[in-house]
Design a binder for this molecule. Sequence first.
Ligand code: SAH
Length: 257
Amino acid sequence: MAESIDRAQVYFIGAGPGDPELITLKGHRILSQADVVIFAGSLINHDLLNYCKPQAECHDSAGLNLQQIIDLMEQGIRAGKLVVRLQTGDLSLYGSIREQGEELGKLGIGFSSVPGVSSFLGAASQLGVEYTVPEVSQSLVITRMSGRTPTPERESLESFAAHQTSMAIFLSVQDIGDVVERLLSGGYPATTPVAVVYKATWPDHQTVRGTLETIAPLVRNAGIRKTALILVGAFLGDEYHYSKLYDAGFSHEYRQA
Ligand code: SAH
């Protein structure tokens, strides 16, 4: 049986990357009963709001500051309303839920989170690729370039590039030239494949493919300056190996060779 909804707390819900069917059943159930919805309007697909009750109050947070968001949440909770904060992808990546949770805590209001499909997962499904290709790459680095939000020095793109593993770079496409320079100076070969995925899972999605050597002008010419991921690594290339897991000659706990 589905858990009952607690109107004394705020529900943070991951909206998924764009396609309105990529919200979880749980997220959908809570959103469809919400009285107050504060949504990240610049990134989420507004069609998700069609899941709300006609009388739900929906607020776009794009023009609001933290205090204004918290005030809306507090007013809703104090009035006994079901309050939902709807954010893009999954909440645990660049979601700013920590600060919202801290501010709510000061008011004695709790929250709970419903995960979402992050855009890096939407992008992989869009391309039909696997970040972890046997013997090619078994790790994925999720990062961003420092911008107005600084990145700790020890997390430079150069330092991650030294591993030459799979990378999904958020929030950085506007500086594609700089990203490429750092990845090259960190150690990826110039022939490393790159895919820039704009609005993964949206109807107007677009993918630009190239290598570290060619990608920057291609992305600039395509006019992509936001809502895109830079995916980098040999997982996008031709080299692959079949996994041992499904190899007919390989025995494991559940199957005899
Ligand atoms: N929590 C979100 C990320 C928020 S930060 C998540 O899990 O996906 C916003 C950045 O996410 C954008 O600048 C872009 O880099 C990326 N992004 C969000 N939606 C995207 C999409 N549909 N396609 C490609 N990138 C996307």
